[in-house]
Structure formats: C-alpha cells, structure tokens
Design a protein around this ligand. Structure first.
Ligand code: ARG
Length: 459
C-alpha cells in the first residue's frame, strides 16, 4: 500500500477497505491530466518564489519522465497505489528525492482531482465534437445526393406526406448540430480553474491562481474555493449533453432498424455492420443499430446515477464524489464508440430509392395535395377534406392509389376535378411545391443544404 497519509494512524487500513476506497484502477487514465496540472502548479510555485528554479526544473523533468515511462509501459501502474495522485507523487519522490515532496505545497487532492476531471472533460468534448462533425459530414453528403429521392414522411408511423431522403437526413443534421452546441456550452461554463482552492478553504501560501489558470488555458480561476472542490455540475451537464446525443442516435437507429426490416426494405445495412443468426441461415440482423439504441440506457443511467449521488452531499468534498469517474469515463467512451460506428454504418448503408419512392406513391401521402387542389378551385378546405376522405376510402376498398384513379372516379366525388389533378398530386409536384423555408422542395432544400455547408465550414 502506497499512500499519502498515515502519520496519524496506528494501524494499517483493512485490505478490503483499502481496495474499496482506492480509485487507481480507473483514475489511472487521468495520468496525462494529472501531470499537466502538476506541471502548471510547479511553474506557479516557482514564479511565486515557493520553489527555486532548480527545484521546479527537477519536478517538471521528473513529471514528464513519469508520463513517458507510463505511456511506454516501462513504469508499471500497479494496484498498490491508492489513486493517480499518489502514484505520481510516490514516483516523483522515488525519481528526484526530497524535492518531489514539495510539489503538493498549497494543494489538496480535492482541488487536484477537480482540475483533472475538468481537463479530462474538456479533452473529451473535443474528441466527441470531432466524431459528431464527421457524422454531420456524412449527413450533408446524403442530403446533397438525395434532394430528389422521394420517400414517405410519417406521423404516428403512418404515411403522412411525401418528402425526400435529403429532408429526412436534414432533420438529423439539426439534432446533431444542436448536440455540438450543447457540448460547447458545457465547455464554456466549466472553463474556470479550481486549482488553488486547496482542500476547501484556499491556502496561506501566496499562490497566483490566475497564472495557473492561464497556463492551463482556462478563462480564469474559479470564484469560491468551497464550490471549486464540491462542484460536479459540469459533469452532470456533460452527461446530460451526452444523453441527448444518445437519444438522437437511438431514434435514428430505431428508424434504420425499421427501414432495414423485411417489411420496409428502404435500406440495406452493409454486411460489415450486420450480423447473422446461429440457427436461421437467412438472417441478417441490424445488431449494431440495436446495440447503439440499447447503450442509450447506459448513458442515461450514468446521468441519473451521478444526479442521485450528488443530491445529498454536504459541502465541501466527500468521497461519494469519487463515483463520478467510472460513470463519466464509461459514458464518454460509449458515446464516442456509438457515434463513430453509427456514422460508418450510415456511410456504407444502401438506400433502396425505388422502394422508398414506391412507398411514397402508395399510402395516400398525396391526399392533402388532392384536398389543396379542390381548395384552389374554390371548395372550402373542410369540404375538400371530406371529399378526399371518400376518395381514400374508395381507394382502400379497390386497392388503388389516387394517382391510378380514372377521372370519372375523381369526378364521382366532385365535378371540380379535371385532367390537371394528376399533375397536382404527382409525387414530384407534391414535394416540389413545398418550398416554405425548411420544407423538402428543391429550392428550400438547396438553401438548407447551403446553410448546412457553411455551418460545417465555420465550425
Ligand atoms: N480519488 C479521489 C476522488 O476521485 C481523489 C480525491 C481524494 N480526496 C480526498 N480528500 N480523499 O475523488
């Protein structure tokens, strides 16, 4: 057992209790952040005359060598250490001697761990943002290629009105774009440096907290030292933003699963992202999409677990907060993996355009347009609605799409119908006429695509 305390103890910690309390098995991944924070702290101590120049140089060199050796596995990260902070300090002292004992001057593990987690979240926001950007690029490509790929739009999972694949992909583009915005908001709010808050009440050493903050690219130091060590809001905001990403991915997966089903056949997931059955030779299952949908629960779980952990903690630091790590690491890893795989699956997915258009043609998705036709010829909308309702009923009974009715069949319901009804309710017209901003018509869609493109260039 290598621990940073022990002076006031007369007995060794129980083995089980030690293992229960230790966090090194999971917080070892904070090593780069811990070293980064320690280097900044050492530089600040030197600037303030608390460390000599030589001491600072020795500490920095020692810290860098620990990181390098841990990364190339010449320094084993074994379970004898309580946490990443003890690991670094013990090894620093082993390498540079007594000077290593000075690094922790004016610092507590409480502000240290708060800093490490903020640095970690900041890094992960960058990584997840890049993954989301790649997904947006895939979506934009699909939008550009499919402005005239007709498909039914649904409400209540019932065919509603015709739209295009570009329009449908554009909806997801907006969701993931907002997700990036949310993550960047989290980063803005968390970007104050807790280092120098000490255990909870600051310190009597003349620390320059603004300098440390600047070295670590924060906007400044945190304002209240108690809040600095007990605040985990940024993790909850992060987990909440991640939950939203998963919710969007999960809805998308649900659609991909439906579209890939034997009944829909709108898409075929590439073999590389499908799996087979051990018993049924014909099966090609959308397991990846199902797993992404399933893992959504796991990320929501992290948010709700940490919310619950935080709700009863008196100020300032309490060990409950150590629970934040595995939850956050797991959620970030899960989201990164899911966004990446989903984007790959989407990029390689085959869209059965014929089948989508055919589905849009059947199922009366042009019924609203037939009613609008009557309205344009002077029929009040409510009457038009009812007349077209009758046509739909007739169509269902005779298994006929509106497009396939004879003019006599139309006129049996209203003499207002003339030859130009066919053009008015054709799939092309139905989509093309919808050019209000944000609608699937070519003109509106071209604007949406251009805007999406300039957003991606700027962000
Ligand atoms: N492993 C601890 C955590 O993750 C580090 C902080 C420990 N501080 C303390 N006072 N015991 O929260």
């Amino acid at each position: 057992m290598a621990q940073l305390w022990g002076g006031r103890f007369t007995r060794q910690t129980d083995k089980l209790a030690y293992a229960f309390n230790a966090s090194f098995s999971f917080d070892r991944r904070l090593l780069p952040q811990d070293i980064q924070g320690s280097c900044a702290h050492a530089k600040m101590l030197e600037k303030q005359g608390i460390l000599t120049q030589q001491e600072c140089t020795d500490i920095l060199r020692g810290l860098q060598s620990i990181l390098a050796d841990a990364e190339n596995s010449t320094l084993p990260m074994t379970d004898e250490y309580e946490d990443v902070h003890s690991f670094v300090e013990a090894n620093l002292i082993a390498r540079i001697g007594d000077t290593g004992k000075k690094l922790h001057t004016g610092r507590s593990r409480n502000d240290q761990v708060a800093l490490d987690m903020k640095l970690y979240v900041r890094d992960e926001i960058g990584n997840i943002d890049s993954e989301l950007k790649e997904l947006l690029e895939t979506l934009l490509k699909l939008m550009k290629e499919n402005a005239d790929t007709f498909m039914p739009g649904f409400t209540h999972l019932q065919k509603a009105q015709p739209t295009t694949l570009a329009h449908h992909m554009g909806a997801y583009f907006e969701m993931f774009r907002r997700d990036r915005g949310r993550l960047s908001d989290v980063k803005k709010r968390l970007n104050l440096c807790p280092l120098g808050a000490g255990a909870l009440a600051g310190t009597t050493y003349p620390l320059d907290r603004a300098y440390t903050a600047e070295l670590l690219a924060f906007d400044g130091p945190t304002r209240n030292s108690m809040d600095s060590v007990s605040d985990r809001d940024y993790l909850l905001e992060f987990l909440s933003a991640l939950s939203m990403v998963m919710m969007h991915l999960s809805r998308f997966c649900e659609e991909v699963i439906l579209w890939n089903s034997n009944e829909y056949r709108f898409v075929e997931i590439d073999d590389r992202y499908s799996t087979g059955s051990s018993i049924m030779p014909q099966k090609k299952n959308p397991d990846i999409a199902e797993l992404v949908r399933g893992k959504t629960g796991r990320v929501y779980g992290a948010l709700s677990a940490l919310m619950t952990t935080m709700k009863g903690i008196p100020l300032a630091y309490d060990k409950d907060m150590q629970e934040d790590k595995e939850l956050t690491f797991d959620a970030a890893d899960t989201v990164k993996g899911c966004v990446r795989l989903f984007a790959d699956m989407l990029r390689t997915m085959h869209f059965n355009k014929e089948r989508m258009a055919d589905s849009a043609r059947h199922g009366f998705t042009n019924a609203t347009d037939a009613a609008d036709y009557l309205v344009k010829h002077g029929v009040p909308f409510r009457d038009a609605h009812s007349m077209v309702g009758k046509l739909v009923l007739y169509g269902i009974q005779h298994q006929k799409a509106l497009d396939d009715f004879t003019l006599e069949e139309f006129q049996a319901v209203s003499p207002v119908f003339q030859d130009d009804i066919y053009d008015a309710i054709s799939l092309t017209t139905c989509v093309e006429k919808r050019n209000t901003a944000g609608a699937p018509g070519q003109k509106a869609m071209a604007e949406e695509i251009a805007e999406a493109e300039s957003y991606l260039q700027a962000n």
